[in-house]
Structures are given as C-alpha cells and as structure tokens.
Ligand binder design. Structure first.
Ligand SMILES: Cc1cc2nc3c(=O)[nH]c(=O)nc-3n(C[C@H](O)[C@H](O)[C@H](O)COP(=O)(O)OP(=O)(O)OC[C@H]3O[C@@H](n4cnc5c(N)ncnc54)[C@H](O)[C@@H]3O)c2cc1C
Length: 334
C-alpha cells in the first residue's frame, strides 16, 4: 500500500511523486511506456519553446549550454531527476482499472495490481492522436508522429495541419530533400505559429519550394497519391508519405472508466476542484496536460508542474499554495 500512486511518468507525474516524497508520503509512478514517454516521441533534436528554468521539477537545476533545451537535454534531465529522487518507477506497465475508495484503492495494470490510498492521473494526451477519418487513413504511410526528415529524402511528403508541428515538419523535410505539400483546412496558416518559424514557411511557400493548399481537406489517401478537395474541386497529388500533424486528445474513455466526470463545456474538461485537483471521484486527482480536456493548450509543463504542490498540500492537510497555476510564458501550439 502506497500513499500515492501516480499514473504517467511525464514531467508532471514525476513532479507529483517528488512532492509527495518530500512531504513524507510514499509514492509510486506507473507508465505504459518509457520514462517521459511523450518527450521520447518528439522529433529528434527538437528544441523546446520554454527556457529550461520554466520546465524544471523538484527545484533541480536544468543547465543547458544553449538558450532552449532540446528533446535529448530534457530526456536526460528528467531521467537524472528521477534517479536522484530515487523514485519508485514501474515502466511499460499500463493502468487498466480502478476499484475501491479513498484510502483503499486497488489499481489493475497490464502486469498485476497495486494498492494505494490516493491516485494521481497525469496521463497527458500525446498517445491519442486525432486520427483522419478518410479512406486510407490506416495505411502504414500515414503517421501522427514526426521523428526526423531522413526517411523522407527524395519522397513526396504531404504534411497536414497549419500549426507549429506541421510548419516545423514541412520545413525540416523540405530542407532534407523531400518534395513537400502542405494541406491546410483553413484559409491561412495558424496565428499560433511561432514568430520565428512563420516567415520561413511563408517565404518557402511564396518562392514555390513548398506547395501549400489552403481551404483544402483530404478526401482519400491512396498507396501512391493523395486526393484532396479545395476551392478548385478535387485534386490528386503524387504522395509517398502523410504526416498528419492534426493534434492529440486525452483518453476520455479511460478517464470515465476511472469515474472522473467530464464537463459538458465543449472541451470535455475533466471535472476537478481547481484548488486541490481532486476529481469527482474522491481520492483521485488529476494533473498536467490531461486537465485541459480538448483544450490541449491550457496546461503544459511550465504551469502543470505546480499541480503537484496543490495536490500534495491537500493530501497532507496544508493550505494549497496560491498563484502557482497561472498560465506560463509558453502557449502550446499542438
Ligand atoms: C512537440 C511538443 C513540444 C512541446 N514543448 C513544450 C515546451 O516548450 N514547454 C512546455 O511547457 N510544454 C511543452 N509541450 C507540452 C508538454 O511538454 C507536454 O505536453 C508534456 O509532456 C506534458 O507533461 P505531462 O506530464 O502532463 O504529460 P505527458 O508528458 O504526456 O505524460 C503522460 C504519461 O502518461 C503515460 N500514460 C498514459 N496513459 C497511461 C496509462 N493508462 N497507464 C500508464 N501510463 C499512461 C504516457 O505514456 C506518458 O508518459 C510540448 C508538447 C509537444 C507535443
């Protein structure tokens, strides 16, 4: 029996376990994948938008030689912090179900059962992409996770989406020898593209080195082509790979299975007390990016890491610190 079982070994789940241990509670962290599994899935050498101080956890300094940390810096930082704090980690173990009540929960996983007095759900959203619902969407050439450009050299690549991830993937593939077509549902690129990325993409489109189709939707994905519908009607373009940068969403079915109510607010926001992050199931808390529901830009590492303090303050009967969950400097673009 542990005091706190944390589901999700992302930055926020780790912050919760560290905070709990520092207050004399026993904590264990489960993850269905590797340590910081979401960050592992980011593009190789990706630079964070946040400066390192804003994504530190447990007050461990995060020194980097550049201005912003890379994916690899962050993987190593969180690994080091987890080791330093001697966290009880159970990796590659998926949480499946929950029984019991506050003080005596039984957690079923892919590897067995755990017993805990309280549960924190910090499961993020990165493992549930918004899939395309067109014929061919399940072909192996379609991916929602962009890793690096090298597989796409000398290939026809369609990038679907208009935000930062799409912009960065399109530019990266173009610069590494792919022929890139950008397919954008709206009439223009998103206003949320970072100011230092946007002109680069706009100029590549203007000079014709990246082809962009605006107000255009994908109708069908075929083995060697892509059928899209735009202002001029149907168009079939040569295509080898589809990078569908169409965003992600929390696993709502999982949250509901745990007994967490979702608000009828258009974003299916998990209902919780904003001061303590306790959900509608007593003893079950929610933390990090999963808290925003479909509003995946509401919480991120910068502000989500402070959920740990509020949850543990509630568990230990202290007054929750105030002013720690204000939106940070970084706004997600995903
Ligand atoms: C490309 C990209 C760049 C970003 N850049 C920044 C940035 O610069 N600054 C910033 O503040 N934020 C940034 N974010 C947002 C933020 O980094 C991530 O969303 C962050 O990983 C969120 O942390 P988290 O701990 O809430 O969730 P996650 O890191 O997503 O962790 C959730 C974990 O839960 C696990 N899990 C899910 N379901 C289960 C289950 N049933 N059983 C067991 N484990 C489960 C997952 O495997 C995962 O490891 C970025 C996001 C993306 C996609």
């Amino acid at each position: 029996m542990v005091d706190l079982l944390v589901v999700g070994a992302g930055p926020v789940g780790l912050a919760c376990a560290i905070e709990a241990q520092r207050h004399g509670l026993t904590a264990r962290v489960l993850d269905k994948g590797a340590l910081t599994n979401s960050i592992l899935g980011y593009p190789a050498r990706m630079e964070f938008f946040s400066t390192p101080d804003l994504i530190e956890i447990g007050d461990h300094p995060f020194p980097v030689t550049g201005y912003k940390p890379t994916r690899e810096n962050a993987l190593e930082y969180y690994r080091m912090v987890a080791a330093r704090e001697a966290l009880d980690l159970r990796l590659y173990e998926t949480m499946l179900g929950l029984e019991g009540t506050r003080g005596a929960f039984t957690i079923t996983t892919s590897r067995g059962t755990h017993h805990a007095r309280h549960l924190v759900v910090a499961t993020g959203f990165f493992d549930h992409p918004n899939r395309l619902t067109v014929p061919g969407a399940d072909l192996p050439k379609v991916t929602h996770y962009y890793r690096e450009a090298f597989p796409y050299a000398h290939q026809h690549v369609a990038v679907i989406g208009a935000r930062n991830s799409a912009a960065k993937a399109a530019l990266d593939c173009h610069r590494h020898g792919a022929s890139v077509t950008l397919v954008v549902r709206g009439p223009a690129l998103s206003d949320r593209i970072k100011y230092w990325i946007r002109p680069d993409l706009e100029n590549r489109i203007k000079e014709g080195s990246i082809t962009a189709h605006f107000s255009t939707v994908v109708e069908e994905i075929r083995q060697t082509s892509l059928v899209v519908r735009g202002p001029g009607g149907l168009l079939e373009i040569p295509n080898d790979w589809v990078l569908a940068m169409t965003g992600y969403q929390p696993d709502f079915a999982f949250l509901q299975r745990l007994g967490i109510a979702l608000a009828d607010d258009g974003a299916q926001t998990p209902v919780c007390d904003p001061a303590t992050f306790e959900t509608t199931r007593p003893g079950v808390y929610i933390a990090g990016t999963v808290c925003g529901g479909l509003n995946t830009g509401r919480w991120f590492i910068e502000n989500g890491r402070f959920h740990a303090r509020q949850i543990v303050a509630h568990l230990t009967g202290q007054r929750a610190p105030t002013g720690t969950t204000a939106p940070g400097h970084w706004k997600t673009e995903e």
